[in-house]
Design a binder for this molecule. Structure first.
Ligand code: HEM
Length: 346
């Protein structure tokens, strides 16, 4: 570990220890209190995935992908956030197996939480180019995972190493995608949801930081502005000036509003500073600062600028290998078109 990483680690540990002694809580797991910096070995998934997986079969894979992501984001920067979210929804259901991309009646992408997912056309375009240059070689799951990383980097976010060799799944069920959180949950259910994927409270807080970019439709937050929990009043935790701004901005449910009101186009720690000012847009964002299990991490990310970026990279490496299908799984394949499972009838 380099000196700067050690310093960051020290800062986080000191910060958290002081925060915890001020706010004791029973259910802490010690392992979540350390900054975890990714190393190539750690993300190697017992050699089932590897960084050199396409070195021989498609050496140009990473550069095709990076150029395509750059091109698309140059034309429409909002796609960066959409690609990152698409990856989140993919890995949340049946692991990172490209199942969100399957397009048929009753597939994940038809479920309610998937309704506003975007960026499918970017993945299709990348896949088409890769199929031209390296037919039947690179999985849609690897493409989506890598595109999410490259999109994050494009908006100033951190780089993290992505090992390859994921296979594409053949099953995609809308009911399973209904379980992906939509922003109305309480912290306990978010923690439990993340734990069910092998992720910690720290992962929950740092991955929620993806909301430093991107937007939501007003329809999903209007209940906070007018009738919070059936009170007929706004959510009292929203900063009054921010509330006025949101009421003006959200006259129509179909309007968009940025998740980070201050620097929506930059991947930075502003999201956490907003939470401290009661300017979290989704209630699940704001709750991260009011719950004693998650608030120490929010505070840590506001005080040490690079901490968020380092930890986000680590947690994303962990996230990108959830329940992956590999060469050893018969259930996986390399789809030739990301929208459909391969047709074996010919
Ligand atoms: C902690 C639980 C989470 C909840 C409840 C949640 C909920 C939401 C909601 C409701 C939206 C707005 C959707 C819309 O109206 O179009 C959204 C957007 C977004 N989410 Fe999350 N999310 C969570 C975690 C994550 C994670 C882990 C990531 C990625 C690592 C992520 C990345 C994004 C991004 C980038 C956007 C903006 C998408 C766009 O602009 O197209 N979210 N999220």
């Amino acid at each position: 570990m380099s000196n700067s990483y050690l310093q960051l680690l020290l800062v986080l540990v000191i910060y958290i220890i002081s925060a915890i002694s001020a706010q004791p809580h029973e259910n802490y797991d010690d392992s979540v209190f350390t900054l975890q910096v990714p190393t190539l070995e750690e993300t190697n998934l017992d050699n089932l995935l590897s960084f050199g997986y396409y070195h021989k079969s498609c050496p140009q894979f990473e550069s095709i992908l990076q150029n395509k992501v750059k091109e698309w984001i140059k034309k429409d920067y909002t796609l960066a956030a959409s690609l990152l979210r698409l990856h989140f929804h993919d890995c949340s259901v049946r692991g990172c197996d490209g199942s969100i991309l399957l397009k048929h009646e009753g597939s994940e992408r038809t479920a309610l939480p998937s309704k506003t997912l975007r960026g499918y056309e970017v993945i299709d375009d990348i896949k088409a180019e890769i199929e031209r240059q390296c037919p039947k070689t690179v999985s849609c799951a690897d493409i989506l995972t890598t595109a999410a990383r490259d999109a994050t980097v494009e908006l100033g976010g951190p780089y993290w190493p992505v090992p390859y060799g994921r296979k594409d799944g053949k099953v995609s069920v809308d009911k399973e995608a209904e379980l992906v959180p939509i922003g109305h949950e309480n912290i306990t259910s978010l923690i439990e949801y993340f734990q069910s994927k092998g992720l910690t409270v720290l992962d929950l807080v740092v991955l929620s930081g993806a909301h430093t970019i991107g937007r939501t439709t007003c329809g999903s937050i209007q209940y906070r502005l007018y009738n919070y929990r059936g009170t007929g009043k706004p959510d009292p935790t929203i900063d009054p000036k921010y509330l006025n701004y949101l009421k003006r901005k959200c006259r129509w449910a179909s309007e968009y509003v940025y998740l980070d009101a201050i620097t929506p186009k930059t991947f930075d720690r502003e999201y956490y500073l907003n939470l401290k000012k009661n300017m979290g847009l989704l209630s699940t964002d704001q709750l991260l600062y009011s719950d004693s299990r998650t608030s120490p991490f929010v505070s840590a990310f506001t005080t040490t600028p690079s901490l968020f970026q380092h930890q986000f990279a680590f947690s994303m490496s962990k996230f990108g290998v959830i329940d992956v299908l590999t060469d050893q799984d018969e259930d996986g394949e390399i789809r030739t078109n990301c929208n459909f499972v391969n047709d074996y009838s010919y």
